[in-house]
Design a protein around this ligand. Structure first.
Ligand SMILES: [Zn+2]
Length: 190
């Protein structure tokens, strides 16, 4: 039986936070939300993920990563416990922004870096400081926008695939060897 690994707070330095999966401690990347298996809960694996996917994190100091972890965990808990119900207009704003960011092919970080501060400033100047606080509740962090875009892309893919499957026409795809044929991205093949 593989050894059950334990979380260590120093792993935050690689850009990870602790989550529980199936009663085991696991590391979740705060930059792409990827959850590593318990077996991968060791510095070399976490460092590998960081260096391969988010090399810039190497230069982020530990204090900033710790602060990011507090925000990340809080956001995850809030949504896990349903504090942002579907009909919440702030949530709808968040999806609207994510949709437009993706549609304009802008980097997903633009929401946190530019759109949110601009929107807050405009609301503050046009309406008032109290309304600015409402604006601040719209979830537009990098990880949130990334997740929303992934969610929406998955739904679009499902819709297209189900339309093709329902169609009477025979369809086939010809792919060359440079195409990533990972099954989850090509549900049609299964
Ligand atoms: Zn990552």
């Amino acid at each position: 039986m593989p050894k059950i690994r334990k979380w260590n707070d120093s792993y935050v330095g690689f850009g990870f936070t602790k989550v529980n999966r199936d009663d085991r401690e696991c590391a979740q990347c705060m930059y792409c939300s990827y959850v590593m298996s318990n077996e991968s809960l060791r510095p070399s694996k976490l460092q590998n993920h960081r260096d391969k996917n988010h090399p810039h994190v190497k230069d982020v100091d530990i204090g900033a990563l710790a602060a990011k972890r507090v925000r990340f965990d809080k956001e995850a808990t809030l949504t896990n416990f349903g504090f942002l119900p579907e009909e919440n207009p702030a949530l709808e704003c968040s999806y609207e922004v994510a949709y437009r960011v993706a549609k304009c092919k802008k980097p997903h970080t633009i929401a946190e870096d530019l759109i949110k501060p601009c929107a807050e400033k405009m609301v503050e100047l046009l309406i008032g400081p109290k309304e600015k606080r409402n604006m601040q509740q719209v979830p537009l962090s990098n990880s949130t926008i990334r997740r929303r875009i992934d969610d929406m892309a998955a739904v679009v893919c499902q819709q297209v695939c189900s339309e093709i499957k329902q169609s009477k026409l025979q369809a086939s795809l010809q792919l060359d060897e440079s195409t990533d044929t990972t099954l989850e991205r090509f549900p049609l093949i299964v």
